[in-house]
Design a protein around this ligand. Structure first.
Ligand SMILES: NC(=O)c1ccc[n+]([C@@H]2O[C@H](COP(=O)([O-])OP(=O)(O)OC[C@H]3O[C@@H](n4cnc5c(N)ncnc54)[C@H](O)[C@@H]3O)[C@@H](O)[C@H]2O)c1
Length: 449
């Protein structure tokens, strides 16, 4: 047994069984949410397979390579069954989930027909919304109250009513709303402590965005919370501390789906081979509502920050100034309506090899934004529910795999390398089930007894 394995003994968790129904709360019922919900219903009806979902499709290796076992992850750890998921959510538009799915145009109408009746029963509750944070949108289905604290309490009542109506055992919330404007407010005193945040909610402080109100409501009710967008939301000391204190799992930020997914696959390879980088130009066109929102420079700035940070932590320019001390990283997102949800990304990567000789890599990814995001949202929901049942509260860094700007302890550098994130996720699952960590040591099988 390796030393690493020995260290992790005793960290096995008592995990409560996934009994009963799990309520999935989605602030923002647009393209990602409707594709997630319709997808789960189609899978449950036996009409499709959950491609792209690690919780549903992936196996995990256990034990040594000369006697391996490969159970499905969903059989290795007790996850909620897809048939036990009940969806609810909020939006500023009154469209039911079927109409939202048609508007977003991700799944063809002919395929949606099989689950149309179920989708039509999902009607979004009035949203907590502030036009100042999403300048490109306005809608009629919005809550009104005297203070932001009153709005938070209204969200808590929605959650309680949903729980009672459907007899739900457990709940998870995942923000799938529009990207809110970038704000340089992390250090504001209102965000440092829960007392400060609660005072700000009561005083209607303008810098508290709607996503933070939902996050506060969820965490205060003990509901695990994830943020699929780049805006701050739960990523402030006041809320990470509240989550830790109440032992509520939280994760974020910004689903890692298209171009950034590819970036965090390619960059670790270039770095491992010590190939230098002069520049990385990333350009996208997309025409869905998300693209329209990101056409506003303040919302785009939020995205630019989460997308831009990934290379620094992978390439470690401070340790490798010759290779990565002076590269140019540029990201563009252009709103182009004819493409709808079918995003096209181009990457031009200028690299350097032996003796500093220049080379280039070109990547053209014709992807489908919400087709990539829906299984990510599903996995996050199921793993956060698992974390809650395993007694794991606060920031769940082992879910970094799913995010562009992973939340982690403030004194740590986030891990962005997809393969390091994959190992972190799988080893966490092994540890909580009392299995050996797999460290891929090169001496194993040759020098150990
Ligand atoms: N699709 C992807 O691949 C992907 C990847 C990473 C992140 N994201 C993020 O996920 C989020 C959802 O993406 P989408 O493609 O579904 O966008 P979308 O525009 O189709 O849906 C977002 C929905 O949120 C609603 N909304 C906005 N503010 C709200 C509020 N305060 N309360 C309730 N509803 C609100 C909008 O009306 C809209 O219907 C976006 O922030 C996007 O940046 C998406």
């Amino acid at each position: 047994m390796s030393e690493a394995t020995y260290e992790y003994r005793g960290l096995e968790r008592d995990i409560a069984p996934a009994e009963g129904r799990l309520g999935v709360l989605l602030p923002g019922m647009g393209a990602v949410s409707s594709t997630l919900i319709a997808g789960v219903l189609l899978v449950n009806a036996g009409r499709s397979k959950p491609f792209g979902s690690v919780t549903q499709m992936s196996r995990i290796r256990l034990g040594k390579r000369d006697a391996p076992r490969y159970p499905l992850i969903r059989e290795f750890v007790p996850l909620a069954n897809l048939a036990d998921l009940v969806f609810g959510g909020w939006d500023i538009y009154e469209d039911n989930c079927y109409q939202a799915a048609l508007t977003s145009g991700v799944i063809p109408e002919t395929e949606l027909a099989a689950v149309r009746a179920d989708l039509e029963t999902i009607q979004p509750w009035p949203a907590v919304f502030d036009h100042a944070f999403v300048k490109k949108l306005d809608g009629p289905n919005v809550k009104k109250a005297a203070t932001k604290m009153d709005l938070a309490e209204m969200v808590m009542r929605d959650i309680e009513n949903f729980r009672e109506k459907h007899g739900l055992q457990r709940l998870v919330m995942c923000w799938c709303g529009s990207t809110e404007s970038y704000q340089e407010v992390m250090d504001h005193e209102a965000f440092q402590t829960i007392e400060g945040l609660e005072a700000a909610l009561k005083e209607n402080l303008s810098i508290v965005p709607p996503s933070m109100i939902y996050a506060y409501a969820a965490i205060r009710m003990g509901v695990p919370y994830a943020n699929g967008s780049p805006n701050l939301s739960a990523d402030i000391p006041a809320l990470t501390e509240l989550a830790a204190r109440k032992n509520v799992p939280i994760a974020g930020k910004d689903f890692k789906t298209g171009q950034t997914l590819i970036k965090t696959i390619i960059a670790p390879g270039l770095k491992a081979r010590m190939l230098g980088l002069d520049g990385w130009f990333s350009s996208n066109i997309l025409g869905n509502r998300d693209g329209e929102v990101l056409d506003d420079p303040d919302s785009f700035r939020s995205k630019e920050v989460t997308k831009g940070s990934v290379l620094t932590s992978i390439l470690q320019d401070d340790l490798y100034p010759d290779l990565y001390g002076d590269y140019y990283h540029k990201i563009r997102i252009e709103y182009y309506p004819p493409r709808g949800d079918a995003k096209e990304g181009w990457d031009n990567i200028d690299i350097r090899g032996w003796l500093g000789q220049p080379m280039q890599l070109k990547i053209n990814f014709l992807c489908r934004d919400s087709i990539l995001a829906a299984p990510v949202a599903l996995d996050i929901v199921l793993f956060l529910d698992l974390a809650a049942r395993a007694g794991m509260g606060g920031i769940q860094e082992w879910l970094s795999f799913y995010f562009k700007a992973p939340m982690c302890r403030p004194d740590l550098t986030p891990v962005n390398d997809l393969f390091a994130q994959d190992k972190k996720l799988r080893n966490t699952l092994r540890i909580i089930r009392g299995e050996e960590v797999i460290d891929h040591s090169g001496l194993d099988y040759y020098e150990s007894a």
